[in-house]
Design a protein around this ligand. Sequence first.
Ligand code: AMP
Ligand code: MG
Length: 434
Amino acid sequence: MTTLNHPSGNAGCISQYDPQALPVSAAQAIVLQWVTPLAASERVPLREALARVLAEDVISPIDVPAHDNAAMDGYAFDGAALADGSGHLSLAVTGKAFAGHAYSGEVAAGACVRIMTGAPMPAGCDTVVPQEHVSAQGDIIAFEANIVRRGANARRKGEDLARGGVALAAGRVLRASDIGLLASLGLVEANVKQRLRVAYFSTGDELRLPGEPLEPGCIYDSNRYALGAMLQRLNVEAIDLGVVRDDPAALAATLKLAAETADVVLTSGGVSVGEADFTRTQLQTLGDVSFWGLAMRPGRPLAFGRIWSGGRPGAGRAALLFGLPGNPVATMVSFYQIVRPALMAMAGAQAQPVPLVPALSDQPIKKRAGRTEFQRGLARRDDSGQWRVAPTGSQSSGALSTMSEANCFIVLAHEAGDLDAGDAVDIMLFDGLV
Ligand code: AMP
Ligand code: MG
């Protein structure tokens, strides 16, 4: 039986798996067991807080709104006058209330105040009749009582957020609405987790930099650009360590430097079983390997473990290492499915899993049972509102154009076999609104 290294030494619970072909769900669970969320936090101005992770609960220091106020332009009055809600009402207008300019007088029975949206409700008033429902004659307004119910068109103090309540919970990845919400509480900064430092580099003698001439047998290094962009989306501090040649000594030196400077290290290429694939053996030398293969397509070779800047386990600083496959689509799929959840957890984020949307396949799909597949798909909603999806042409793990062409992954479960046209599948959409 194969056992997998585990930071707690408790390898037993994961020992039933082959470290060369771990089911995706098991790999995701193991990776999360190895993760320790960052402890350090810092205060940043609201304008720099977007996509940062809240380090502590934000307790509302005030009621929002701070006072009862009008939700419509109209006339505020005591809704008791509506009595049984029938008949014709006539009220005398005794003053005006604007947003930022309260009406401070008393509103007697039979009277009302002209009020604009957002203006504080005058004392004694709890209801607003919208202006389009009244007829005005000089300072007298009239309307049918059944037009409004008592309390209508008024927002209550604390209705949005009550003072002393948790406005946003620790672990929240701040969105645009959250930045606005923090501002609505009068706060000028947010206490957020420090950004995770992620070092990344490409490996391969064949790699050339964009802008350089392409010699025979060479290709441009695209993985470092895709990885850099995906890291940018996660708002981590990304440290680009360039391209490392297929040379064990150069690889070891860069891995040690990466562990010295970063919390997580991502490499691409050199993790399969070719004669120039050194990443996994270096991981074995410099630290602990957990697994080095997934029952996943694309993305079968993937080395995961921990490396130490001192060159052996326990020496110097430790960093998690993800040795991602070199094929560009496999690099991206591995990042989204395995690395991303780990980075979020390490950054202290309480992130919801990315939603899976049920869809019907437009075509038969070839699928081998015993591995999770992430095919690139084009999804659309048909006239009845049903999601339908078709795989993008080539499913080659080297064809990055399939990622650009696609708008979703078609997620084919570990145990699933071939699918017929019309069969149900899950899709994971690439783009969200916020
Ligand atoms: P490897 O696992 O190193 O054998 O890489 C697998 C395939 O991915 C090979 O065809 C490599 O040329 C290609 N590849 C590796 N690294 C990169 C990269 N940074 N950008 C584009 N393709 C790459
Ligand atoms: Mg290589």
